[in-house]
Design a protein around this ligand. Structure first.
Ligand code: SF4
Length: 435
């Protein structure tokens, strides 16, 4: 059963009398277990939908629709599948106490892997789930492999019942399912020979594995389960040597690098990031692979179209890992706009100084970084720090933080999104400060 959250005005759903709270039970005789069933079973143009209205009345909606007519029925969010593992490096286990409840949910859900690109380990899958993936062609999936040798994966996932990932991927690949994989590397556990074996196994799956990201373990000061070492510059460099060797082979044999080091790995190793050609269509950009290069490209492509902002002083708040890469970008922005940009590297007060990612800065950090800066006309903060509800990870509201600061503050993904508003944001900003 799935439940209706909203019915779009003037839609088929409204015409039929579907209302929020209606339970949708079956489509064309097949029971509905979740949003996936709904999405796929309602793809036909002739539908018999069995439903139960909020007052308990059971009805059957018979629908014949033309191509392209949508039902206009939106479902309540699905309940996510919980993770059966207990990885020592789990970011959720590294969260401090007292944050909002839903941040502590450890999901491991192949359905969200397909729908939203969330990584899943597939370790809680049943045979029925594999059948659904095949029937609905849920491809590509985003899979946290970490290691293919069973013993290493069992230790990494801290789960004695973890299934054999190569067998799982092979069964799905035989039915045309493809994967983007990630390997979170814990020094001493799945680097070296284990990584080599894992890449060999994934390579053998041929074009079923579209890409592999090699990501260093990320820890906070609260990662209480973790007993391993943190990622050093030397180890990051060794990992990149292996990645380079495999990506040269893949480029020669398949025409694309196939395996990618995450941006953080390059930053840790102190190595230059590859250029845009290396990343192709940036398949794992959400996983921090190629994000810096993509940002550089967007600035390079858009900077000459920016309006003049002579005399303005613009603060740029960022995390400590991105800070060394910023001066070059800010120099381009200064030269194109005439504004001066002030870089404000900021330490993460919630997760501790080992958490250097800009997107994990919290409201208190932004406030601390900017509260004394009466010299700025405007400040840009990483847009990734704020969720759809306008909240930072520490539950501070963006609008409350912004109102407490002496300058207008704008969330920005790539500078262009704010500065290219023909200067409006910046001009308004200056006016607000003067007032
Ligand atoms: S798979 Fe591991 S890292 Fe992912 S949510 Fe589960 S315990 Fe955490």
């Amino acid at each position: 059963m799935v439940r209706v959250a909203r019915v779009v005005a003037n839609s088929i759903g409204e015409e039929l009398g579907v209302v929020p709270g209606t339970e949708l039970l079956a489509v064309n005789g097949r029971a509905l277990a979740d949003f996936l069933d709904w999405e796929f079973l309602t793809a036909d143009d002739e539908l018999a939908i069995e439903a139960r209205l909020p007052d308990g009345e059971e009805v059957i909606y018979e629908i014949e629709r033309s191509d392209g007519d949508t039902l206009g029925i939106e479902l309540e969010p699905p309940s996510v599948r919980r993770c059966a593992n207990r990885c020592e490096f789990c970011f959720i286990e590294g969260l401090p106490k007292g944050l909002r409840k839903n941040l502590y949910i450890r999901d491991d859900d192949y359905r969200l892997s397909f729908a939203y690109g969330n990584f899943a380990t597939l370790s809680n899958m049943k045979e029925r789930d594999e059948q659904r993936i095949i029937e609905y062609r849920l491809s590509p999936l985003y899979v946290s492999v970490h290691a293919t040798p069973w013993e290493a994966r069992r230790v990494l996932l801290n789960n004695p019942r973890v299934p054999n990932i190569v067998d799982q991927l092979t069964r799905l690949a035989e039915h045309g399912i493809q994967f983007h994989c990630q390997m979170v590397i814990v020094p001493g556990l799945n680097d070296g020979a284990v990584l080599e074996q894992s890449l060999t196994d994934l390579w053998a799956l041929d074009d079923a594995v579209l890409s592999v990201a090699v990501v260093p373990v990320g820890l906070t000061q609260f990662s209480h389960l973790y007993t391993g070492e943190s990622m050093s510059a030397e180890r990051a460099s060794e990992l990149l040597d292996g990645v380079d060797r495999w990506s040269r082979r893949a480029s020669a044999e398949r025409g694309d690098p196939w395996v990618f080091g995450s941006d953080e790995l390059y930053l840790l190793a102190g190595r230059a990031l590859p250029g845009p050609d290396h990343y192709g269509d940036y398949a794992q950009i959400e996983n921090g692979v190629g994000a810096v290069t993509s940002l550089r490209e967007r600035v390079r492509a858009g900077v000459t179209a920016l309006p003049r902002l002579d005399g303005r002083r613009i603060g740029v708040v960022t995390g400590t890992s991105m800070a060394p890469l910023m001066p070059d970008l800010l120099a381009q922005l200064e030269s194109a706009t005439g504004a001066s940009f002030v870089l404000i590297p900021t330490i993460n007060s919630l997760f501790g100084p080992t958490t250097t990612t800009a997107g994990l800065l919290v409201g208190a950090d932004i406030r601390r970084a900017l509260e004394g800066r009466h010299d700025l006309d405007l400040a840009l903060i990483p847009a990734e720090t704020i969720n759809d509800a306008g909240l930072f990870l520490d539950d501070e509201r963006f609008i409350v933080v912004r109102e407490s600061l002496p300058m207008p503050v704008y969330p920005s993904y790539d500078f262009m999104d704010v500065l290219s508003l023909e200067g409006d944001a910046v001009r308004v900003g200056a006016g607000e400060r003067a007032a």
